[in-house]
Design a binder for this molecule. Structure first.
Ligand code: SF4
Length: 377
């Protein structure tokens, strides 16, 4: 089995190198999935890329793309409104203006880490005397579970459950990235998990309108290398095709049950992203029929201006406008143990992946001081 995988990886790498040899200019491909980011670095893929091929990490980490203002709202809910806040573990250490949720807990906030949105509904049902808010983050992968939680809470008649929805839609972000002249992308390695929900065909307009190769890839070394080889061959040949290399999980039309659930409970809205500013229709907000479950409305929350932690360039890292090594705080003031920005907090964040698998940047060596002694004037 291992030999077969190795052979497939070698074959894909040879294809990638052959395509890159034919390229008349450097090629840039972007993956937009936190799991791809981590897998790529863990497997050492960046070091296998031919010199003229760049594999960029885009906005695929759910925690990282959550705007600073949303983090601040969660902290306000926990500290000022004294709700019980249910969140996924990765969110705990993301710093906001008033510290992180973990620090809010140290100051007495009631914070519970849950593994699913339905756990939050169960807690609300068990503790009817407390107002409980679920911090809903992530792309279309996690949003159906939030929608299911809202429908369940309604069915149970819960009046103490609400959601702060910071969900994001992947397609508008891909459109924005594809349109960026600075990035000048040659193709997307598309996210496997989101594609399970959305299906492969959702990307076809992007491929056709932008003439951009798009390949849905799995998460193992061989699968990612095959996807990159496919992208490179298409780019060099001047082709733009939609290829699904993860058909065992991704169907052309995706998961209709999950899509219907999303459609019933949420509607698209313009929302802020860390690093990408506001993108029309890029978020999912509760429909008017479910407004009773909207924590923003229930607690009269007002968003503050989105502001990055001082010195943190996460926004630029998320959009591949900078690398973690461009950040002067990387590995010094900001480490996975003591993170400053979400890209170092999250196990799917690019800064954490670089810290774990690439380490510190090479030191810039100063030229030797001259040993010549100036002759007296
Ligand atoms: Fe932000 Fe830390 Fe990454 Fe710098 S190294 S961009 S401070 S998360």
């Amino acid at each position: 089995m291992a030999e077969r995988v190795q052979a497939r990886s070698r074959e894909a790498l040879a294809r990638l190198r052959a395509a890159s040899d034919r390229a008349e200019r450097p090629l840039s491909f972007m993956e937009v999935c936190g799991t791809h980011t981590t897998a790529a670095f863990r497997l050492g893929l960046p070091s296998l890329m031919p010199e003229n091929v760049r594999l960029l990490s885009g906005p695929g980490c759910p925690v990282c793309v959550t705007a600073q203002g949303d983090i601040d709202l969660l902290i306000a809910l926990a500290l000022d409104h004294r709700v019980t806040l249910c969140t996924y573990g990765d969110m705990l250490r993301v710093p906001g203006r008033r510290g992180s949720l973990a620090k809010a807990r140290a100051r007495g906030a009631d914070l519970r880490v849950v593994y699913s949105s339905l756990d939050a509904v169960r807690l609300a049902a068990a503790e009817p005397e407390r107002q409980l808010v679920f911090a809903a983050v992530g792309f279309e992968t996690t949003a159906p579970a939030t929608a299911a939680a809202v429908e369940t809470a309604r069915r149970l008649g819960l009046t103490n459950f609400s959601v702060l929805a910071s969900h994001k839609r992947v397609m508008p972000a891909l459109e924005a990235l594809a349109a960026s002249p600075e990035l000048a992308l040659d193709g997307f390695l598309l996210p496997g998990h989101v594609s399970v929900i959305l299906g492969s065909e959702v990307y076809r307009p992007l491929v056709e309108a932008r003439h951009l190769p798009c390949v849905i890839g799995g998460f193992e070394e061989a699968l990612m290398l095959v996807a990159l080889a496919e992208l490179a061959e298409q780019a060099v040949d001047g082709r733009a095709e939609l290829v699904n290399l993860y058909p065992e999980a991704v169907r052309p039309r995706g998961n209709r049950v999950a899509q219907d659930l999303l459609e019933r409970v949420f509607e698209p809205a313009e929302v802020p992203w860390r690093g990408l500013s506001r993108i029309p229709e890029s978020g999912l907000v509760l429909r008017a029929a479910y407004a009773d479950f909207d924590a923003t409305r229930r607690f009269g929350l007002l968003r503050a201006e989105d502001r990055e932690p001082a010195g943190c360039i996460c926004g630029a890292v998320i959009t591949a406008a900078a690398t973690p090594h461009d950040c002067r705080l990387f590995g010094t003031a900001c480490t996975p143990i003591d993170p400053i920005g979400p890209c170092m907090v999250s196990s799917e964040g690019t800064c954490q992946a670089w810290f774990k698998y690439r380490g510190m940047p090479e030191p810039v060596l100063e030229p030797e001081p001259s040993t010549q002694i100036a002759s007296p004037a």
